[in-house]
Write a protein that binds this ligand. Structure first.
Ligand SMILES: Nc1ncnc2c1ncn2[C@@H]1O[C@H](COP(=O)(O)OP(=O)(O)OP(=O)(O)O)[C@@H](O)[C@H]1O
Ligand SMILES: [Mg+2]
Length: 266
């Protein structure tokens, strides 16, 4: 099925149980095939909630999400065949090795044994985990787990890759490695949807951005367009101009927010 927009989101709303606020409050956007699209916003803005609804891990309150023309709610099997995702909270089986988990995921996507072994070798090299492929993932550091989670999301060569803050907790070398690889995947035609609160990550990687605050998209455009439009020095200043507060400040937009939350550092 051909569509000009590989991701189409319309009037998406999420109100968590027992909350009197919408964590995501009427978000609409589209992403073109092979675009690198970013959701930039502070802690609590609604980035993860949006992404989790896009991959059907969180049930929407209302609105529609289509991936490659298929409705996420009613045609989820078609959607799952086309997407890969790495969540903010990594849920790995600590008692399996990287190789075992990659093999299992490959089989779930009906890859042949030869395809699986070829991709495992390529992916472990890519995320620089070849030497620990036969160790339990429970022994990995936080950064290693994050890199491995990315490898898992790529085993079936998805058309659309969803990444929730993929480089949080990574050291500068690992961050550059992942950025370089994401650029390559994107150049080869993979559509990438990424959430981040790192201005630099958004600026370096994304063709187009939606700036999200308090569950709403407050502006959208390429990093250059946004900076020019708001006569700003950088995206941080764009964010300040469109929201009245800094990107590093948390959004306390729901009853679920931590009442003791402090302003975070980026
Ligand atoms: N399971 C949940 N139940 C109730 N409220 C929730 C739940 N998950 C998130 N929220 C609330 O929804 C709002 C948006 O949270 P979300 O995790 O989507 O933000 P985020 O932009 O991903 O933030 P961060 O940068 O910290 O990851 C927050 O106010 C949060 O407290
Ligand atoms: Mg999040």
């Amino acid at each position: 099925m051909k569509t000009t927009h590989i991701i189409e989101v319309k009037d998406l709303v999420k109100c968590y149980d027992k909350s009197d606020h919408n964590a995501v409050d009427g978000v609409s956007f589209t992403v073109k095939q092979a675009e690198f699209f970013g959701f930039l916003g502070p802690n609590g803005a609604g980035k993860s909630t949006t992404m989790n609804m896009l991959v059907h891990l969180v049930k929407k309150t209302s609105g529609t999400v289509k991936i490659d023309g298929f409705d996420v709610a009613t045609q989820s099997q078609h959607v799952y065949e086309r997407i890969g995702f790495a969540m903010q909270e990594i849920g790995l089986d600590d008692t399996a090795t990287a190789g075992e988990m990659l093999r299992l995921h490959g089989k779930l996507y009906h890859l042949t044994d030869a395809q699986i072994e070829e991709r495992i070798a390529m992916l472990l090299k890519l995320v620089e985990l070849e030497r620990v492929a036969d160790q339990f993932t429970g022994t990995y550091s936080g950064g290693m787990k994050r890199r491995f989670d990315l490898a898992l999301a790529l085993i079936h060569e998805p058309k659309v890759l969803f990444l929730d803050e993929p480089t949080v907790g990574l050291d500068p070398h690992a961050r550059q490695l992942i950025w370089g690889h994401l650029r390559d995947l994107n150049k080869r035609g993979m559509t990438i949807f990424l959430t981040t609160h790192f201005m630099e990550e958004a600026e370096q990687l994304c063709d187009r951005l939606a700036i999200i605050d308090n569950g709403k998209i407050v502006d959208e455009g390429s990093p250059k367009e946004l900076i020019a439009k708001h006569k700003a020095k950088n995206l941080e200043e764009v964010f300040l101009k469109v929201t009245g507060h800094h990107l590093g400040e948390e959004t306390l937009n729901s009853a679920g927010a931590d009442p003791y939350a402090r302003t975070t550092q980026r």
